[in-house]
Design a protein around this ligand. Structure first.
Ligand code: HPA
Length: 257
């Protein structure tokens, strides 16, 4: 059986309305939803496996405020050696089970001095530094007008400060040089990361409602006068996680209403 048919079959008694991709360190959202069923990527014949330590791969079906959600814990990146087709496996799985609305999250480096690490930013557009996204032919911004309005409304209701920025997609796996960051800033970039853009563009191309967010976990290379300590990064991540969970759950409810 083909991998997407297998996933469709496994969740055939469910009708999830919303797919959520949980970026690095953002899995704690799952502590706040009622989990119904889990499918490990390892149990899906022919499905890719995450090679990033600590990225346990699984689909988790659950409910929050009566909205049925299918969350993907762990995604696939170029820097793991995967091709575009494989990187898109999560979106294609969502599509196979009939999901038309997706929330996509990631951890990203921050280049916009008007924000600070710990902030959540809505991704309003993307810049492709890998030259691979042209294959996706979307030709659109990362978010539509009505989705943006909904995202801003959820920020208001949940009392979370929500910024907006342009996400620069790099291949990785190494972080950038300070000169690269200056270059990305000169292009209009606010955030930098190694995931998400192909997922956004593929979902937009397939006429899904897309809600893309970055958690700014650190200043991008060369911006901070001294490197953050490990404790500070952990503290920041913890703070973002709590805000992001509250925010995402509010957004889920709005989307489901
Ligand atoms: N650069 C690229 N990807 C990232 C960063 C960064 O600074 N932080 C988190 N993901």
């Amino acid at each position: 059986m083909k991998k997407f048919d297998f996933i469709k079959d496994y969740f055939s008694d469910a009708k999830p309305e919303l797919g959520i991709v949980l970026g690095s360190g953002l899995n704690n959202l799952l502590d706040s939803i009622d989990i119904e069923k889990t499918l490990s990527y390892a149990d899906i014949p022919g499905f890719p496996q995450s090679t990033v330590p600590g990225h346990e791969g699984a689909f988790v079906l659950g409910k929050s405020d009566n909205v049925q959600i299918l969350a993907a814990k762990g995604r696939f990146h170029f820097y793991e050696g995967y091709d575009l087709e494989t990187v898109l496996s999560i979106m294609k799985s969502f599509n196979a089970v009939g999901i038309k609305k997706v929330i996509i999250t990631n951890a990203a480096g921050l280049m916009d001095p008007d924000h600070e690490p710990g902030d959540i930013l809505l991704i309003k557009d993307c810049i492709d530094m890998t030259t691979q996204a042209s294959a996706l032919k979307a030709g659109t911004t990362a978010i539509g007008d009505s989705e943006r309005q909904m995202a801003l409304k959820a920020a208001d209701i949940s009392n979370v400060k929500l910024g907006e920025g342009v996400y620069v997609w790099t291949t990785g796996p190494s972080y950038e040089t300070p000169s690269e960051i200056k270059y990305f800033q000169s292009l209009g970039g606010d955030l930098v990361g190694m995931s998400t853009m192909p997922e956004i563009m593929w979902a937009r191309e397939h006429e899904m409602e897309v809600y893309p967010f970055s958690c700014a976990t650190n200043w991008a290379a060369g911006i901070a006068s001294q490197p953050l300590t490990h404790e500070e990064v952990n503290e920041t991540a913890q703070h973002v996680r709590e805000d992001l969970t509250r925010y995402i759950l509010t957004l889920c409810k709005l989307i489901g209403d």
